[in-house]
Structure formats: C-alpha cells, structure tokens
Design a protein around this ligand. Structure first.
Ligand code: 1GP
Length: 252
C-alpha cells in the first residue's frame, strides 16, 4: 500500500487524522526519535519532517532516526528542492498554487524530480496554499509570494478546485508555522464544499479545541508543530489526537 493510500484509509476509517511536524533544526536525531515514539504511542497518524530553513546538516540522518523509532508514515514536507531523503516513506510534492512565483509553482519541482525518482521516494502531488494570518510569516517571506486573504474563502475554493482539476491529490491550507491566526473555519468549510480532495490544515493551531473546529469545518488532517515543540508538552499530544477523533465522528 502506498503512503497516499494509507492516508486515504485513515480518512475513510477515522474521519480525520493528526500529523505532527518534527523540526530537524531544533532537535538532535536522538531527540527526534524519542518524540516520534511518543507520537506513535499517543495515536498520531503520521509525522511530517522539514521546514522553511534547514540550518543543521544531517537531514538524512534525522529522517533515518525517526523512521527507525516508529511505524507510522514519515513524510517529507520540504521547504526547498534539496530537502529529500530516501529514508522517508513519501514526500509532499508541493506546488505553491496560491502564489504567482514560477519558481515555487514549477521550478523547484523540476530540480527535485530526478532526485525523487533516484531515491525511490513516493511523491504525493500537493497543492500548497498560503492563507494570510494577520502578520507576515516566514513562509511568505521565503517563498516571495502573497497569501490568499483570509476573508476571501471563494478565492481559496477556486484555487483549490483548480488544483484538483490539474490532478493534484492533496490540498494543504497553510497559515504559516507559528502564525498569529490559524486558517479560518469559514474558509475551510468553503473549500470543503467545492473540493473532494483530502484537505490538510496547519499553521498557528495552538489548542485541541482549535484543531477540533478545523475538523468540524471539513479538514481531513491537522498539522501541529510549534504548539507541541516543547518536550514538556508531550502529554498534550494525546489530547490533540483525542479531540481530532471526537470531532471527526460525524464525518465517518
Ligand atoms: C507549518 O503547518 C505547519 O507548516 C505547522 O504550523 O508550527 O504553527 O503548528 P505550526
């Protein structure tokens, strides 16, 4: 079964799932491995690895350590075309469809494609959409693109639908890591009405209740990074899993 099939199965059987974003810049491979094992025990559905900047060497080593520590899918969420590792199960093959920067729409993908093939990585075609979050985010700055205004759900829905018609397999609604405000529920529910693809929502989600409201609005997968970065927040992982499951009951 491919990793994408596994995600579809989670969506079908549980209604929604939780992804945790692990940051290889702020943690050693040992710390990442320990966190991965905690996530699996708590019921997390998959781990994402990557970031806008990768300042520390050894991405491959970090992915390998995480992969060894757990059995749940480990998926690369690349900040750039060089963030690849054959140790992972798959890569979100992102096109930044909310922006008009040709490099982020198709240029980086051309650079990455041969390496993805050589590494034998499963590529999951993903429409990546930045949604404004109140103040500029690192991902806006680095990608040199303007986000979709948060109070223009129709624009977001049309963008996601175009992505679906172009053959993308996932839509990722992103407010930006550590964003002041997460993606609004009105925008998620409008995209949900128009698009059949699985929808990932991330950026600035700080509490289990906030995660639950995104699921009720139509999100299939929630991504949490910053809120669970502190090792002392480990016990919170289970609470996020639980509320996402509870909120997804009506979707099954
Ligand atoms: C960022 O969506 C992810 O790309 C997670 O964001 O760090 O704000 O949880 P946070």
């Amino acid at each position: 079964m491919t990793t994408f099939d596994t995600l579809l199965k989670i969506r079908r059987s549980k209604g929604a799932g939780l992804f945790i974003l692990l940051d290889p810049d702020d943690n050693s491979p040992e710390e990442l491995a320990a966190r991965a094992a905690e996530c699996e025990t708590a019921g997390v559905d998959a781990l994402l690895m990557g970031g806008s900047l990768l300042l520390r060497d050894g991405f491959d080593e970090a992915v390998k350590a995480v992969k060894k520590a757990c059995k749940i899918p480990v998926i690369i969420f690349p900040g750039g075309p060089g963030q690849l590792s054959g140790e992972a199960d798959a890569v979100l093959f992102l096109s930044l469809i909310s922006g008009r920067n040709a490099q982020r729409l198709i240029g980086d993908q051309i650079v990455a494609a041969p390496a993805v093939k050589q590494l034998g990585l499963e590529a999951i075609p993903t429409g990546y959409m930045l949604i404004s979050s109140g103040s500029p985010t690192a991902v806006e700055f680095i990608s040199d693109t303007r986000p979709i205004p948060r109070h223009k759900p129709g624009l977001a829905a049309a963008t996601a639908l175009a992505g679906q018609y172009l053959g993308l397999k996932l839509i990722y609604l992103e407010a930006g890591s550590g964003a002041d405000q997460s993606v609004p529920v009105e925008l998620i529910s409008t995209v949900r009405q128009w698009v059949d693809l699985p929808i990932i929502v991330g950026g600035g989600i700080r509490t289990p209740d906030e995660a639950a409201e995104k699921v009720r609005a139509g999100a299939d997968f929630i991504v949490i990074g910053t809120a669970l970065e502190d090792p002392r927040a480990a016990q919170e992982i289970g609470s996020f899993c639980q509320v996402v499951q509870d909120a997804a009951i009506h979707k099954k």
